[in-house]
Design a protein around this ligand. Structure first.
Ligand code: ARG
Length: 392
């Protein structure tokens, strides 16, 4: 086939990607060869006529599960098949999208017994019509940089987005744990923002199993991490708004969100509380503070009845996932430096795994440029295979 134009090229690519997805999806769902053949023909026709195609609810649900299974950075993939997929492709207005996101939080939060959920909004990546969620996660804390001698507050990772929210008219209290509003745009219309109803924001105040004064640090974290800025790709169809969640692993909160120097940077405060000697590295005060902070996260979530997994259990589950995939004849894509947990990594079995490699699998969850002008993610992460080779 001789390819002349960009649209022909993308149509050809679309046909191929659709077909290869349908083959894998239908074989995993144990559909008959006749059903597969019929579906491929129908999809070919739809692509020829409209340039794209619509997934059935079943294809969408299974494709989303495959995208989770394929994500090289996720240690929690043993549970990929339990993902609950909410088909919200009918939502058109920013209001309707916000409603769908509220429903997501309710369904996923489930009073603490967290359910892995993905809500898929309609496909299409053209800037004139695309649905975009501007938040990195549906629930996240605002960040306020140091200003006029006032110390910085909140989560530094949210500074740029918080400034966007304030420009749009949102006002935070200027505290360390202000929940940001949802910001949604449809095509080139100005974005709309929505306050998340308090009842949908589950949070866990941190306390320690032995150290009573730990709660005086005033630390807390939210229960459900819903990543909302990635693009879901299934069989060549792009869904730029498809927020998804699992439950937390304690090191995400204890080691990274609260421990990182570029985030809440609370190791010195924890060490101070523990009475550790911070004048020398050899007291291992950082390591001891990290350990107690992570214990506090696990203890507090358990006490609050909110699902959480520790990094040893998660690593064991990942090994079971690898074994399971091997049995089913599928290769696992894995990024070692993301999969090893950020505390005591060498005491987990992933540490020794020198065979992990990243594969370019589809369906997938892909980084995309933030919807607002902010600090860019690594442009190399932006779907290279989706770009027209002639007009890059
Ligand atoms: N690491 C991110 C955070 O700490 C959340 C990413 C998704 N995590 C998860 N357990 N599903 O907020």
């Amino acid at each position: 086939m001789e390819i002349q134009t960009c649209s022909e090229l993308s149509m050809h690519a679309q046909l191929e990607q659709a077909e290869s997805f349908l083959r894998q999806c239908y074989s995993e769902l144990e559909k008959s060869p006749a059903e597969l053949k019929q579906r491929i023909e129908a999809v070919h026709n739809e692509i020829r006529q409209t340039g794209t195609y619509h997934h059935t609810a079943e294809e969408l649900a299974h494709g989303a599960k495959m995208a989770w299974r394929n994500n090289s950075r996720c240690i929690g993939r043993l549970f990929w098949h339990t993902l609950e997929v909410i088909d919200a492709r009918q939502a058109e207005t920013a209001h309707q999208v916000a409603e769908a996101l509220f429903r997501h939080l309710e369904r996923a939060g489930n009073g603490g017994r967290i359910r892995p959920v993905m809500t898929v909004l309609r496909s299409g990546r053209e800037p004139e019509t695309a649905i975009r969620i501007w938040n990195h996660q549906l629930i996240r804390y605002a960040g306020y940089p140091e200003e006029d001698g006032q110390p910085r507050r909140g989560d530094p990772a949210s500074d740029a987005f918080t400034a966007v929210c304030r420009k749009l008219g949102w006002q935070g209290s200027g505290g360390d744990f202000d929940v940001l509003p949802l910001v949604i745009s449809i095509g080139e219309e100005p974005p709309r923002w929505f306050t998340i109803p308090e009842a949908l924001v589950q949070e866990v105040p941190l306390s320690h199993p032995e150290i009573g004064r730990f709660s005086e640090l005033g630390l807390r974290w939210y229960a459900v991490p819903v990543v909302s800025d990635m693009l879901l790709e299934i069989g060549g169809v792009l869904y730029p708004a498809a927020p998804f969640n699992g439950w937390y692993m304690e090191t995400e909160i204890g080691s990274r969100n609260l421990g990182d120097t570029g985030r809440y940077n609370r190791l010195p405060a924890v060490a101070e509380l523990l009475g550790l000697d911070r004048s020398t590295n050899t007291s291992l005060w950082k390591d001891r503070a990290l350990l107690e902070l992570n214990r506090a996260v696990l203890h507090s979530f358990k006490q609050a009845g909110v699902s959480i997994v520790d990094h040893h259990t998660a690593a064991d589950q990942f090994v079971r996932f690898q074994e399971q995939e091997k049995q089913r004849g599928r290769e696992v894509s894995g990024k070692w430096h993301w999969l090893i947990p950020p505390m005591s990594p060498s005491s987990t079995p992933i540490w020794e795994d020198n065979k992990l490699k990243e594969l370019n699998l589809s369906p997938g969850l892909i980084y995309q440029k933030p919807a607002y002008a902010g600090p860019d993610r690594n442009p190399a992460d932006d779907i290279p295979s989706m770009k027209c080779p002639f007009h890059q």
